[in-house]
Design a protein around this ligand. Sequence first.
Ligand code: PRX
Length: 636
Amino acid sequence: MLPKINTLSGYLYEYQKSVANPEAFWENIAENFYWHKKWDKVLEWDRDGHNVQWFVNGKLNITENIFEKNLFILGDKPAIIWEPNNPDEPTVTLTYKQLHEKVCQFANVLLQNGVKKGDRVCIYLPMVPEAAIAMLACARVGAIHSVVFAGFSASSLADRINDAEVKVVLTSDGNFRGAKSIPVKAVVDEALESCPLVEKVIVLKRTSIEVTMKPGRDIWWHDAIRGVSIENKAQEMDSEDMLFILYTSGSTGKPKGVVHTTGGYMVYTAYSFANVFQYNINDIYFCTADVGWITGHSYIVYGPLLNGATAVMFEGVPNHPGVDRFWQIIEKHKVTHFYTAPTAIRSLMGYGTEPIERHNLSSLKVLGSVGEPINEEAWHWYHTHVGKGNCPIVDTWWQTETGGIMISPIAGVTPTKPAYATLPLPGVQVIIVDNEGNELKGNNVEGNLCIKFPWPSMIRTTYGDHERCVNTYFSSFKGLYFTGDGVKRDADGYYRILGRVDDVINVSGHRLGTAEVENAINSHPLVIESAVVGFPHEVKGQGIYAYVVLDAASKNHDPEKIKASLLAAATKVIGPIAKPDKIQLVTGLPKTRSGKIMRRILRKIAEGDATSLGDTSTLLDPGVVKEIIEGALVPV
Ligand code: PRX
């Protein structure tokens, strides 16, 4: 078991130790894992070029640290309890032993299909145990997985497949989500029309809808595993060999492939899981995220399984077949740890407490929140009605790029404060800077959230473009990792995340670049240009507000029909998560004389606050602002 902090003074002691000598601190944690060969040096770091290596020259396989290291003790313990979309379908439980066999078997399937160490495999699967099996099988053979959320469109999927030069795609025929059944394989087929490098597609049968199978390329999962050995020797990996790529949105350009490597990611996700959640071996942990996001990677698959945890994996949505679905799952599996997103809490709050009271939630010990700021009202509702006032809430702040939780209470140890992520975990050296990069010292300060020293699970590069990584994260403030978030440190030294300060919006915990949504809208033939901003949304946290300038030819079209086709364009290019909540058709956008769109003004108008727009005199055409304000839509 990994060392666990269990008192506040213990936390302070560990934190001090981790800052005084980070190498010694992390070396001590890394000693708890199984390495074929230990590292020569703990950390190698070139600050300016962002070349960082942890556990240099260490050799290992992460799946051996999940399975072989622990099988003797954990063999028959459930690793994954899978709860299907339809509650009438049976739950599937896989013990560590069974999961190990399935991972080894599928690793052999990958090898038989030509996958070698370092090859990229795209996983476009719903929330089924096979998604975890696929990820671990890739890790077993040293292939780099790139999981793409199965709600992304064919064109988003194709972009990600091509960027990573993927060789094999793992998918399903369809996907059950609530009352809907989604034709997943058809999306893959469309995407692959523009992905010449893909050689094989392995298709899991889930919904039994009819699909076309391309001879020579497509194979059924059940056929592929038939008769295949359940024994597999893990590939030896270097500590810095890539474990996975995960695409995420930034403020400019197309989503970038965030790269995580093997040794550091393993050490950090396992350590943070054990400590933040204070997981004990008989606990049942339920994280509602999708494996298509970083939360699913670090805290459904790797972190929990490295700790021998039992993780509930849920295929469906919180309101199907009833709005008590989460509560029903908690009662059914006697869940002790429940980790979800504020948007889910806010949407369930709308149904009152009756759906909760229908269920016995007395097994719960710890509640978690992730993905976006949790407002105080949602925090209190979660604490009082779900946790009955007895469960600490761990409001965990982190990012795809950080790999693991960075600022969070340690359950039952750190005194919590509603809407505050509280204090950094050991090893996380937070620094707040103003826009000029000056450190804001002391308490009661507010500014840009940066991290000044490497931690083991930090982003290594953006796939295929290291310069982009350096420019995006390490050049805003010299020598610092810039998170893109604003933060406040209050009088007690506690951190409250204030949201993004760049052009990234967070819609229901899904991260989107405004430029990406604009590109999707601009793909419509009648659109000249558009500007997208976020606005406060009661349930989603942020909603998408699009200001759109149409071509003169649009005069002959019904504006409502055009708006509907703009929504369809966003869905087609990115996926349903990118659909604007509000579209305002405008004749022009507020621009500076150099042609830059003044988003600050558009944000204010979208927020419904047109009174404090600041100086608009530098605009090319100040009249545009007046017109936009007059036509502004009421935010919901
Ligand atoms: O703005 C922060 C917000 O989500 C962003 C990272 O998004 P993503 O890479 O998709 O990862 C989400 C899951 C870790 C951050 O820059 N965010 C995440 N967690 C919190 C949060 N904002 C406030 N409080 C949080 N607990």
